[in-house]
Design a protein around this ligand. Structure first.
Ligand code: NAD
Ligand code: TYD
Length: 353
């Protein structure tokens, strides 16, 4: 047992978008916890997301793959891991359509690996395995209704199928072996350090460079957006206060059609970049729809709000402005990410679409 720390939390995928925000929160808020960030550093993982905490005494980074059983066993053994917050995943729907197997490996096999190691290593009480998941496992809504924790799973993309499978394994390890798990299913996140393959950072980057803004189909698909800082505050609440064996939906009742959202972003960035009103909107281009494109996601987070008193801290307008300001102030972060293999990705995904 580590005598100087009250917990040793293994955060998987802590160099990614949401993971880096969570690691920052945990390292700063809980100096009595040791935070071990375990990340493979795929295209989506970036240690530059964490320069502000890399020297903190309670922080350790380890490069590794959750699919590697030996590596996971060594980490549990060496650091005496008491808790896990599991975010490592392949996370982009379009990539899952091009190549599902990587999603099966990391999201399903990697998760089961981690569950096996936690089950073997944890004998006493007071452990938590918090699995971070998505609302996409519930499938696609029509114009009415919200996803609740009791909504039947109906994943429709290879990404959501792999996440749904991992959720089922987490739940099975609780029911079969008594592993102390908690789960959260969150709506679409946005914020700083977001890889520019997802809608909002891709559009911000394209607006900056006056490139076409590719709207899939007619742009009337609906997503429910939550600021990443609010998602990690929800994970903090669920990890500490949520009930073992339960899942919690996370969202802020903030639905936008893709077209309305992109138009809103165009207006905001007309002002920020000193461009004429309407200039950015002219960049909107309708492209071939995504295969199997889910129509609408929307989260009912009543359970989280009533049980754990969690609320989003900002309006969408505030969060989006903060996000745009961050991208404009951190052009070199974007430049570094978009200078290499991103170009090939972009061409294969968007040229001739
Ligand atoms: P991301 O793609 O930005 O980051 C994923 C991280 O996992 C990267 O740092 C990557 O290097 C790491 N990783 C990938 N494969 C790995 C492996 N085999 N071993 C170790 N590390 C590996 O993803 P994100 O948007 O930060 O999402 C984090 C988690 O939250 C995922 O589980 C995702 O399904 C879930 N989630 C995301 C959203 C969203 O809107 N982005 C919403 C709800 C839930
Ligand atoms: P995305 O950010 O990939 O998240 P998800 O598919 O996990 O919800 O996409 C959000 C929405 O934006 C989705 O309806 C697809 C759409 N979209 C576009 O219209 N154009 C794009 O270039 C991208 C990346 C997404």
């Amino acid at each position: 047992m580590n005598m100087e720390y009250t917990k040793t939390i293994l955060v998987t995928g802590g160099a990614g978008f949401i993971g880096s925000h969570l690691v920052r929160l945990l390292v700063n808020k809980y100096p009595d916890y040791r935070i071990v960030n375990f990340d493979k550093l795929t295209y989506a993982g970036n240690l530059k997301n964490l320069t502000d905490v890399e020297k903190a005494p309670n922080y350790t980074f380890l490069k590794g793959d959750i699919c590697n059983l030996q590596e996971m066993q060594d980490v549990f053994e060496h650091y005496d891991v008491t808790d896990v917050i599991h975010l490592a995943a392949e996370s982009h729907v379009d990539r899952s359509i091009e190549g599902p197997m990587e999603f099966v490996m990391t999201n399903v096999v990697g998760t089961v690996n981690l569950l096996q190691v936690a089950k073997a290593y944890w004998t006493g009480e007071n452990h938590v395995f918090h699995h971070v998941s998505t609302d996409e496992v519930y499938g696609s809504l029509g114009s009415e209704g919200l996803f609740e924790e009791t909504t039947a799973y109906d994943p429709r993309s290879p990404y959501s199928a792999s996440k749904a499978s991992s959720d089922h394994f987490v739940s099975a390890f609780h029911h079969t072996y008594g592993l102390p798990v908690k789960m959260s299913n969150c709506s679409n996140n946005y914020g700083s350090h977001h890889f520019p393959e997802k809608l909002i950072p891709l559009m911000i980057n394209n607006i900056v460079h006056k490139k076409p803004l590719p709207i899939y189909g007619k742009g009337n698909n609906v997503r429910d957006w939550l600021w990443v800082v609010d998602h990690v505050s929800a994970i903090d609440a669920i990890f500490h206060l949520g009930r073992v064996g339960e899942s919690y939906n996370v969202g802020g009742l903030n639905e936008w059609t893709n077209l309305d959202l992109v138009k809103h972003l165009c207006k905001l960035m007309d002002q920020k970049l000193g461009r004429a009103e309407g200039e950015n909107e002219e960049l909107i281009t309708y492209v071939t729809d995504r295969a199997g494109h889910d129509m609408r996601y929307a989260i009912d987070a009543t359970k989280l709000e009533t049980e754990l008193d969690w609320r989003p801290s900002v309006t969408f307008e505030e969060g989006l402005e903060h996000t745009v300001d961050w991208y404009l102030a951190n052009a070199e972060w974007v430049e570094e990410i978009t200078s290499g293999s991103y170009r090939e990705y972009y061409q294969s995904m968007y040229d001739n679409r």
